[in-house]
Design a protein around this ligand. Sequence first.
Ligand code: COA
Length: 182
Amino acid sequence: MSAAPVLVLPSAGRFAEWVQLIEDYGGPESTELVGSGFHGNREPRVPVLTPDGYATWLAMLAEEADESVPPHPGRVKSSWFWVLDDDGAWVGFLALRRSLNPALLETGGHIGYSIRPSRRGEGLAGRALADALVEASAIGLERVLITCDEDNVPSARMIERNGGIYQDSHNGMRRYWAPTHR
Ligand SMILES: CC(C)(COP(=O)(O)OP(=O)(O)OC[C@H]1O[C@@H](n2cnc3c(N)ncnc32)[C@H](O)[C@@H]1OP(=O)(O)O)[C@@H](O)C(=O)NCCC(=O)NCCS
């Protein structure tokens, strides 16, 4: 059981740690930066590992979280979180989409997440997802769609452990609905 918060909001001042984190994923071109906001259909698409690149990324996340700014075409407003361990070390990313568009309903779902490769298998993603269900409840969602690749066994297990009910598979993705909770 953890008392420390697992999800925190993005913040300035962690540039050096961010560079190490991205390198742990294998570098900026990694396809596993799920929940970080990169590789989407708007800029910046990949991490630029400079202080300016860090600031630009934070600005992108802040803009997409700001309800007073209209969403980019094809995007929905989202909450962005960083996953921390009990010691406060940065171990991953989590995105909470506040609504679903047709593509998210089909495959993307409400929540995306990843844990840095060197820290997988410790239960951190499961804890982050549990906290994300509380965050989702706080913004008025009673249930969330969570999806994973058909062959992503760790992800499927943690979704099921967090109450996800398997609905069906679309385009190689398993789709689950999970009730949120306080
Ligand atoms: C999927 C991912 C987030 C899981 O993170 P994690 O912190 O290692 O997950 P957890 O430690 O909470 O483990 C989740 C479950 O998978 C199980 N698991 C972990 N590795 C496994 C493996 N190689 N094979 C089978 N089960 C495995 C764990 O035992 C756990 O199940 P349990 O709760 O029943 O014990 C991580 O692998 C990752 O970041 N992958 C790349 C990005 C990604 O795929 N994101 C998800 C998109 S849907």
